[in-house]
Design a protein around this ligand. Structure first.
Ligand SMILES: Cc1cc2nc3c(=O)[nH]c(=O)nc-3n(C[C@H](O)[C@H](O)[C@H](O)COP(=O)(O)OP(=O)(O)OC[C@H]3O[C@@H](n4cnc5c(N)ncnc54)[C@H](O)[C@@H]3O)c2cc1C
Length: 394
């Protein structure tokens, strides 16, 4: 038995013993998502246990170094863990902007003190983070941000406004882009800072969408004091940190095309349409579309795996995060289009208990935002074109 086989056997046994039944199988609704944080809310006691157990083992961030609370797993071991989690149909133990975005930026740019202070809390899901990037006049043109931080010796005073800050009203801390040198060229006067959302002067206002709800907020900073020790990376060079973080955000959004949880489209279609005598889906056009999607999903999963190895070996193409973001978003949209087509009228239900509060329709609508958040598809295509065609600005 190789070391990896032994690791698989141990992992399987541990997961069988520790993965609570409530978190096995597709999520019923958004309420099943585990976000952690100071005011964490869990759908069931099993969801809470799942975060605690996985967090204690560092398996919410399997490849981060163990000294910062991570799992300390090699790439190969992390793949085994992921496949064992898939085998159990386990729901994610933690959804976290800290794990997906801030952590990788801290590992690359943070001081030793910052890593020791923030990373273990992120792994255990104790602090919930939000992302203070976009502003009313700075979305795709992110470097146009105006929120300013004035130097007051041992601290800064931050004033300005952010928009589309997802879950800002539920977050404990924010990672935030601020302008620290208004006279420098726009990419060169930005810094990347962290602060507690309870700091006096921080307010959030939820933005209500057509559905009546929304995860988004407007976030306002009014003379907010930020300690200098919370600067990540070099003063006025926050753009480098921001871009590193964005690459992780884009890869994470793209990975949604890979399909971890959720019911397979083919199964939903079989339940709705039924099968022919030989067991095939009784709807040839739908069958062909589902087969095509499944082949593309399988290819995308392999591409993600290859890219993961290339990143580890520092051989990834500079536009790869944009490629994955673009293709993964499109794939995720296609999957949900097909789920809606397969589910028939039932899939359109909005509020009934049978449809788990309109989960299919809500998930389908949510995928529309995949091609906006983290940088729109047009912006990704621009980046890809610049790199591949070697245009100016690549
Ligand atoms: C679900 C969701 C969650 C989000 N969460 C957060 C968050 O937590 N924190 C945060 O800071 N932000 C967040 N955002 C904001 C997101 O990053 C911005 O919406 C995005 O960067 C686009 O910016 P914008 O909305 O200002 O659009 P604009 O920049 O105004 O773009 C409008 C349109 O013009 C196109 N366009 C603009 N410039 C170009 C160009 N040069 N070439 C071609 N086309 C162009 C765009 O592609 C788009 O179609 C979130 C957005 C969504 C949808």
């Amino acid at each position: 038995m190789t070391d990896l086989d032994a690791f698989r056997a141990e992992t399987r046994a541990w997961l069988e013993a520790n993965c609570p039944p409530e978190v096995r199988g597709p999520m019923r609704s958004e309420a099943d998502m585990i976000w952690g944080g100071r005011d964490a809310v869990f759908a069931t006691p099993g969801h809470k246990l799942w975060l605690e157990r996985m967090g204690a083992r560092g398996w919410t961030a399997p490849e981060w170094p163990a000294e910062y609370g991570g799992g300390g797993l090699s790439r190969e071991e992390a793949k085994v863990l992921a496949s064992e989690l898939r085998r159990l149909k386990a729901q994610p133990a933690l959804n976290s902007f800290g794990v997906w975005m801030l952590g990788p930026a801290l590992l690359a740019f943070g001081t030793e003190e910052q890593k020791k202070r923030f990373l273990p809390e992120i792994v255990r899901g104790e602090i919930r983070w939000c992302q203070g990037y976009s502003e009313p006049g700075a979305g795709s043109d992110l470097a146009a941000i105006q929120t300013r931080a004035e130097d007051r010796g041992d601290h800064w005073i931050v004033n300005g406004q952010k928009i589309w800050t997802s879950y800002a009203d539920k977050a404990d801390w924010i990672f935030c882009l601020v302008r620290t040198d208004p006279d420098a060229p726009k990419h060169l006067g930005i810094s990347f800072v962290l602060f507690d959302m309870r700091t006096p002067g921080v307010t959030t206002r939820p933005i209500t969408l057509i559905s009546g709800k929304s995860p988004f907020c407007e976030t306002f900073f009014d003379d907010v004091r930020v300690e200098k020790e919370n600067l990540v990376g070099t003063l006025n060079r926050g753009w480098d940190v921001a871009k590193h973080l964005l690459a992780h955000e884009r890869t994470m959004i793209g990975a949604m095309g890979e399909v971890a949880g959720g019911r397979p489209v083919g199964q939903v279609a079989l339940d709705a349409v039924g099968a022919t005598e030989d067991g095939r889906l009784d709807e040839p056009m739908l069958r062909a579309r589902i087969a095509e999607l499944e082949v593309d999903q399988a290819a995308f999963r392999l591409a993600m795996e290859r890219v993961g190895d290339q990143v580890k070996a520092k051989q990834a193409h500079p536009a790869i995060a944009s490629m994955l973001k673009y293709y993964g978003s499109e794939l995720n949209k296609r999957r949900h289009e097909l789920l809606m087509a397969s589910g028939g009228a039932d899939a359109l239900e909005w509020e009934s208990e049978r449809s788990h509060g309109g989960a299919s329709a809500r998930d389908w609508l949510r995928t529309k935002a995949n091609s906006i958040e983290g940088g729109t598809s047009e912006i990704q295509l621009n980046i890809i074109a610049k790199h591949l065609l070697q245009l100016p600005g690549a």
